[in-house]
Design a protein around this ligand. Structure first.
Ligand SMILES: Cc1ncc(COP(=O)(O)O)c(C=O)c1O
Length: 392
């Protein structure tokens, strides 16, 4: 049978993920390649208790259909957190619940992009965004990231020369680099975008996970009517619930709601109600502090081991939060060779290439520090260093 799939399916970069999951599941392999939050820090007991209460008190409602925008008390909780943590004047009307913030990537692209439209991204950029946007056949333009965020000169040229429909960025603990934009860069981005028709799509998957516990002011603070934020409970409560949200200006939300309704009517209502019950009866701040402190220790351990064990020429980013860092390999060492040899040595890393829309990243690897424990990190870094030393 010749299945005549849509041409857009051929535009999605070949996914490396299947191969990755295969090798990461091999017994004995320590994986820094995935992106899982630490399983040990999912509050299974607390969520079980919340679920029990929901079934007892309001099971019939929670198991019904609901509105596309999502459970109002949960949206109020999210808006309240923006007001309290970041001083943003958010209201529940500006928030809609989605099926994990990954769904925002699909739906924002769906409502903005016609084939051939320009999209701006960071270089390197989030692999899941590249995949989601690719289905709408845009032309990608990317801006290099340094330790303070996107290069503003390159950012300005991109906006002037290509007028992208939106620029997608992750100002807090970016995936894959772990870098955080400085406040000056955030202001600079807002100044450049002001009075253009380019939307800033601010993916804030990691903003709660700063090791110092201090929130950073989002770009939306400087550019409120032109910024769309996506957020998620995946990294701070449980990814399996698939609950995220979009926080956006009313005209964007109207279109978004149409696309969301067409896609899936609404996100899993049972999970929304259970999650809200959990949040109302547990101290999220304390939980987030605990998780951030653990990730901070993991990150420092990984940085120290890279410094101590890797051969000369290897460098790494120094994340202030989140779950990922990027390491640059010594000159001439290929990340694909490190991936293949690594699996033989019992350690999996993610080669940098899928994070580059227009080529690059052959000499970088992404390392996750949230999933493995400290002993595994120590053993895995020794294995990785042996592999890289052999390849120099
Ligand atoms: C930067 C970024 N955005 C969005 C997502 C999607 O997360 P979720 O759909 O679980 O909210 C991820 C997942 O790792 C991510 O790293």
């Amino acid at each position: 049978m010749n299945y005549r799939f849509a041409g857009r399916m051929g535009r999605v970069p070949e996914s490396f993920l299947a191969e990755l999951f295969r090798v990461s599941a091999v017994p004995g392999v320590i994986s820094f390649a995935g992106g899982l939050p630490g399983s040990a820090y999912i509050d299974v007991e607390g969520i079980r208790e919340a679920a029990r209460e929901v079934f007892a008190d309001e099971g019939r409602t929670a198991l019904q259909y609901t509105t596309t925008d999502g459970y109002l008390p949960l949206r109020e909780f999210i808006a309240g957190r923006y007001r309290q943590r970041l001083g943003l004047p958010a209201t529940a009307e500006e928030i809609q619940i989605v099926n994990g913030s990954q769904q925002c990537l699909d739906l924002v692209a769906k409502i903005f992009l016609d084939p051939g439209d320009a999209v701006g991204m960071e270089r390197p950029g989030y692999l899941g965004a590249i995949e989601a946007f690719s289905l709408y056949e845009p032309v990608f333009h990317s801006v290099p990231l340094d330790e303070n965020g996107p290069d503003l000169e390159a950012f300005g040229s991109l906006i002037r020369d290509h007028a992208p429909k939106f620029f997608y960025g992750i100002p807090n603990s970016q995936n894959p680099s772990g870098r955080t934009y400085s406040q000056e860069r955030r202001r600079g981005i807002a100044e450049i975008l002001d009075e253009t028709e380019t939307v800033f799509y601010e993916d804030d998957a990691f903003g709660e996970l700063f090791f110092d516990g201090q929130p950073r002011l989002p770009v939306k603070r400087y550019l409120p009517d032109q910024t769309v934020i996506s957020g998620s409970f995946s990294k701070i409560v449980a990814p399996g619930m698939r609950i995220g949200w979009i926080y956006a200006p009313a005209p964007v939300l109207r279109e978004f709601n149409v696309a969301k309704q067409a896609a899936d009517l609404h996100s899993n209502f049972l999970c929304q109600v259970i999650l809200h019950r959990y949040l109302a009866t547990h101290d999220l701040d304390a939980h987030v502090r605990r998780v951030s402190a653990v990730y901070g220790r993991h990150c420092r351990l990984m940085c120290d081991l890279l410094d101590d064990l890797m051969p000369p020429g290897a460098t790494h980013t120094n994340p202030e939060g989140g779950m990922f860092m990027t390491a640059a390999l010594p000159s001439g060492v290929s990340s694909m060779d490190v991936f293949r040899e690594g699996v033989r040595e019992g350690v999996a890393v993610l080669p940098g290439t899928p994070f580059y829309v227009n080529g690059g990243g052959e000499d970088t690897i992404r390392l996750n520090f949230s999933a493995a424990g400290e002993e595994e990190i120590t053993e895995g870094m020794h294995r990785l260093a042996r592999v890289v030393r052999r390849l120099v």
